[in-house]
Design a protein around this ligand. Structure first.
Ligand SMILES: [Zn+2]
Length: 170
């Protein structure tokens, strides 16, 4: 559990001048778009974020984050716990032209009218992208009958072991 609550918006230029490093959290409560996809209503996202200026003079916002959310399994319709992990590397831009000029290893993040970036929304967007396309339990934890598996081959672990029958006969 981290105890530093991160600011929702932050000035990336000032922060980069100071080489600011933050290690803290956001409440999931407040990330309405993300919570719209999940079964839980609270929890925290642990986030580490560094502000820096690279050798080209670009301001860089990089870091990582993790949280767990409750998703609906598409196989059995029950909730299950899914860990979400994100890593990001952004550079703030004032307009679309500036975004097009960015090196491809940075994502563009727009500045708001105060010249700040919305760090919480950045993290929320990344978490949304980290949600699996088809959320589902690990096969062994899923309540759906095995014959309802679709879209992938059953994993080797779930194949009945022919030697189990022999054991029962003993
Ligand atoms: Zn399931």
């Amino acid at each position: 559990m981290k105890d530093l609550k991160l600011p929702i918006t932050i000035d990336p230029y000032k922060s980069a001048q100071r080489r600011l490093e933050c290690d803290g959290y956001f409440e999931l409560n407040g990330m309405d778009r993300l919570l719209g996809e999940c079964g839980n209503t609270d929890g925290q996202v642990e986030v580490k974020v560094n502000f820096d200026v690279d050798e080209q003079g670009l301001v860089v916002i990089s870091g990582n984050g993790s949280t767990t959310v409750s998703l609906t399994c598409q196989r059995c319709n029950e909730f299950y716990t899914q860990a979400l992990e994100i890593e990001f590397s952004f550079s703030p831009v004032k307009n679309e032209d500036a975004a097009a000029d960015l090196p491809s290893y940075y994502d563009a993040i727009a500045l708001d009218e105060n010249g700040e970036v919305n760090l919480r929304s950045l993290v929320e967007d990344e978490l949304m992208l980290a949600i699996p396309l088809i959320p589902k339990h690990e096969l062994k934890d899923c309540k759906a009958p095995a014959d309802s598996v679709w879209g992938e081959l059953p994993e080797a672990l779930d194949k009945p072991n022919p030697f189990d029958v022999l054991k029962q006969l003993k």
